[in-house]
Design a protein around this ligand. Structure first.
Ligand code: GAL
Length: 822
């Protein structure tokens, strides 16, 4: 698996202190040339050095001749487009590095007249012009020149893609080397036969997003990493090393399966498996007897060891072991592979819920799509990590990847951070494509200790039918074959007990609280989990429903017909020990599905506990209060209501204190006891000044919160949760509009302009306004309810980085950051 350092080795080299196209590619070329001619496996990131151009989904003349005649596949080696030829001049194409999502730069477009079905469809995909209606922006071409050294002759060359949106064709030196339909599942292509060692090799990827896979924004293009693996003819298959441990009184009996590919004549070989703990201490070395690998075949070896006194992987101490696999031919290591794994036990109990290492753990989870403000689907690894940090800070302990396999960086980070993962495949079917997607998801994920349950689908139309049951059986059987250490669920909305639900190990319930007790009573031996719950709709910083503007209040009040409030679902789940816990829909807002306003210009959902930038909404603090362990006292709304003097304002508190007192301008409005899993509420006649909440435990005041009526916008405040950035790391900068006394003006909408210096680049901007049509890639952004965000990515050279923000009539601000050298 690609290490973070490998990734940065190339992608970091492209980072400049600008948003302009940058020169990339030299780093990729250097990395390729630097390869030793022989020796064990080598992994080269191909994230830098691509050229990109839009094509056309229905007009070959505007699609670089692709498909000009009916004979596209007539002659292998002639992909029918000059783009694939060495002499093609792509210098006029845009230079891009990965991750890349071309949809981010497309303009927002209306799909149809107000109120039409087309308008609704457009809103579901965030009004980006993708799909069959938009052939001119639904095909993207990527091209990169790979100077492969002569020493690559005789080695196996494997291209690995972590996920491409979507329906892509991969062409090397004019040959089609493969296609991949899924927008989410990883895939590997063996390019050995088509590669030309000692020459420049032209790699082209054509992506076509005319057809989609979701009811929300899906991005477009090479939005996850691509790499080249060069290795020996005898090598470990991708995801070919599997570790399974059983914990007993003696320790962890650990079985290691190794799938060895032999792309050559029969040869004797040995497998050496070295297990080390998190400190690097070797705890086991296993050398197999020589085995003869048959010619051109794959063979699986099994080794076993006992790890005495294993350090278990848990949420508090997510201890990881590393397996290094070496394949030896004639005593020489010809290939090596590295796998991280954890040792822990999982158990679901139909009465008592979920157990990790024998201890009960209530799942406090969030459902997650994978886009962010400023970058769309092109989320850098460190931003994925930042998003997981916010999840933990909210008190959550689990991540459901909806409705597709997660990015590798997410799985690796959940392993490291002690977050449980419900990993879900995209297509609930037993056709060849869906089974292949499932296969890849399970193979890739089975060593990750964070994954505790597999999901085979979400709210499928056939879920309650016999067809659904047959499909589920086939999928479950395959998961058992490939893994066999985790159970299987599916996210059901209603129809509990019908069709495919009879096949599931763990009943996955989306919403339908009314049906849960009945199901449990009639199926007392089936464990249950809330695969999806909540779906409260909230706009950050808005406190009244405004249909004309398209805002929903941030109180925990509004939800679509199938959904409920945070308070209702969590109280329900918390009271029932037999429920393993649940996953709130969603952690962050995401592009598309802008419920309840499914119309222009609404392009972002309102379901998040945080907005698209990761700025917390008030419900974030509800979960922090009841999921986290620290004392919480969150008071809202803001206290700027000019014109509402004397009229009641609904004041809420999310707190886990024992009692809370509210004061208006120092005058007490009374103390109220806090009831577990509930909020507190006062009706307060508005008067400018301040409201204050005091939180008490054991009669002692332990916390205070205050919201003051602010003055006019006067200055800018910049902050980031980190000052020092590793190469490639992203700082999520919070830009707030302040009054003269440096208090945040919660209603401000000033335009802020950013300027950056140092070895870094402004990756994108956002403000969390679900209706905003401002571009993500721009050096300025208007604030929405007082805030906007800038993403700063550090380059490889290190040194001081300065971000400045200015706005008309506002005192400017400067945020110093420090980049570490690669
Ligand atoms: C669920 C669905 C999610 C999302 C959500 C919105 O039914 O599984 O993908 O659409 O509703 O509430």
């Amino acid at each position: 698996m690609l290490g973070r350092r490998d990734l940065l080795k190339t992608s970091g080299a492209t980072a400049l202190a600008t948003m302009l196209p940058h020169s990339a590619g030299a780093a990729t070329a250097d990395a390729l040339r630097a390869a030793p001619p022989t020796g064990p496996r080598e992994i080269v990131s191909l994230d830098a050095g691509w050229r990109f151009h839009l094509g056309h989904a229905s007009d070959p003349a505007r699609d670089f001749g692709f498909g000009r005649s009916h004979d596209t596949f007539a002659k292998s080696g002639d992909a029918g487009t000059p783009v694939a030829e060495a002499k093609f001049d792509a210098s006029g194409w845009e230079t891009v590095s990965l991750p890349h999502d071309w949809a981010v730069d497309l303009p927002f477009e209306r799909f149809g007249p107000a109120g039409s079905d087309a308008d609704k469809t457009g809103s579901f995909q965030g009004f980006k012009p993708l799909g069959r209606m938009w052939p001119a922006s639904s095909v993207g071409w990527y091209r990169i020149v790979l100077p492969l050294p002569k020493g690559d002759a005789g080695r196996r060359l494997l291209l690995q893609f972590d996920g491409v949106s979507r329906d892509c064709r991969v062409i090397l030196n004019g040959f089609f080397v493969g296609a991949n339909e899924s927008g989410y599942a990883p895939f590997e292509l063996d390019i050995t036969d088509f590669a030309k060692p000692g020459e420049d090799n032209v790699l082209v990827v054509r992506c076509d997003v005319s057809l989609g896979e979701a009811w929300s924004y899906e991005g477009a293009g090479l939005y996850r990493a691509v790499r080249l693996v060069r290795t020996a003819p005898v090598h470990v298959r991708q995801y070919g090393a599997t570790v399974r441990s059983t914990v007993g009184a003696q320790g962890a009996t650990t079985q290691i399966l190794t799938e060895i590919v032999n792309d050559g004549p029969a040869v004797p070989a040995q497998v050496r498996s070295i297990v080390s703990d998190a400190t690097g201490r070797v705890v086991a070395t296993l050398l197999s007897d020589p085995i003869t690998l048959p010619e051109w075949a794959t063979l699986t070896t099994t080794q076993q060891t006992l790890i005495a006194r294993p350090t278990l992987w848990s949420l508090e101490t997510p201890h990881l072991y590393t397996l290094t696999t070496e394949i030896l031919v004639g005593g020489v290591v010809v290939d090596n592979d590295r796998t991280h794994f954890g040792i822990r036990t999982l158990r679901f109990d139909a009465d008592k819920g979920f157990f990790l290492n024998g201890r009960p753990v209530k799942i406090k989870g969030t459902c997650n799509h994978q886009d962010h403000a400023g970058v769309g689907f092109a989320v850098p690894d460190s931003l994925h990590v930042w998003r997981l940090e916010q999840l933990k800070a909210m008190g959550a302990n689990a991540y459901r990847s909806t409705h597709h396999p997660a990015a590798p960086a997410i799985l690796a980070a959940c392993d490291r951070m002690g977050i449980l993962v419900l990993e879900e495949t995209r297509q609930m079917s037993s056709n060849a494509e869906a089974m292949s997607q499932l296969d890849r998801m399970v193979r890739r994920g089975r060593n990750h200790p964070s994954i505790f349950l597999w999901s085979i689908g979400n709210e499928e139309i056939h879920r309650g039918t016999e067809t659904g049951a047959r499909i589920a059986e086939t999928m479950k059987r395959r998961i058992y074959q490939l893994d066999g250490t985790r159970l299987v669920t599916e996210a059901f909305n209603g129809k509990f007990g019908e069709g495919a639900s009879r096949v599931l190990d763990v009943m996955g319930c989306n919403y339908y609280l009314d049906a849960i007790d009945g199901y449990h009573a009639s199926h007392p031996t089936v464990p249950m989990i809330g695969t999806e719950t909540g779906s409260t709709v909230m706009t950050r910083g808005e406190y009244a429903r405004n249909d004309a503007e398209g805002f929903v209040p941030a109180y925990d009040k509004e939800y679509p017909r199938w959904a409920t409030t945070a308070e209702k679902w969590w109280s329900f789940y918390d009271e029932r020990a037999f429920l393993s816990g649940g996953f709130v829909w969603t952690e962050f807002d995401y592009r598309g599905e802008p419920t309840p306003f499914e119309r222009w210009p609404e392009n972002v959902s309102n379901f998040g506990q945080m907005d698209l930038c990761g700025f917390p909404k008030d419900n974030y603090h509800y979960y922090r209060a009841w999921w986290g362990s620290a004392p919480v006292l969150h008071l809202f709304p803001h206290w700027n209501w000019p014109g509402r003097e004397g009229k009641p304002v609904s004041v809420w508190v999310h707190s886990n204190c024992a009692e809370v007192e509210l004061l208006l301008n120092e005058r007490s409005l009374g103390r109220k006891p806090v009831v577990r899993n509930r909020h507190l509420e006062w009706e307060v006649p508005y008067a400018p000044g301040k409201i204050t909440a005091r939180g008490f435990r054991d009669g002692r005041q332990i916390l205070t919160a205050e919201r003051a009526t602010t003055g006019a916008a006067a200055r800018i405040g910049l902050s980031s949760d980190r000052r020092r950035l590793a190469p490639g790391e992203v700082a999520v900068v919070r830009a707030a509009v302040l009054d003269a006394q440096r208090r945040e003006v919660a209603t401000a909408s000033n335009m802020l302009r950013f300027a950056l210096s140092g070895d870094a680049r402004l990756l994108g901007v956002g403000n969390g306004d679900p209706r905003s049509l401002e571009p993500d890639h721009a050096p300025q952004r208007s604030a929405f309810n007082g805030l906007c965000m800038a993403l700063i990515q550090a380059g490889p050279r290190g040194g001081p980085i300065r971000l400045e923000a200015r706005g008309d009539g506002l005192a400017p601000a400067m945020l110093p950051l420090i980049g570490a050298r690669a």
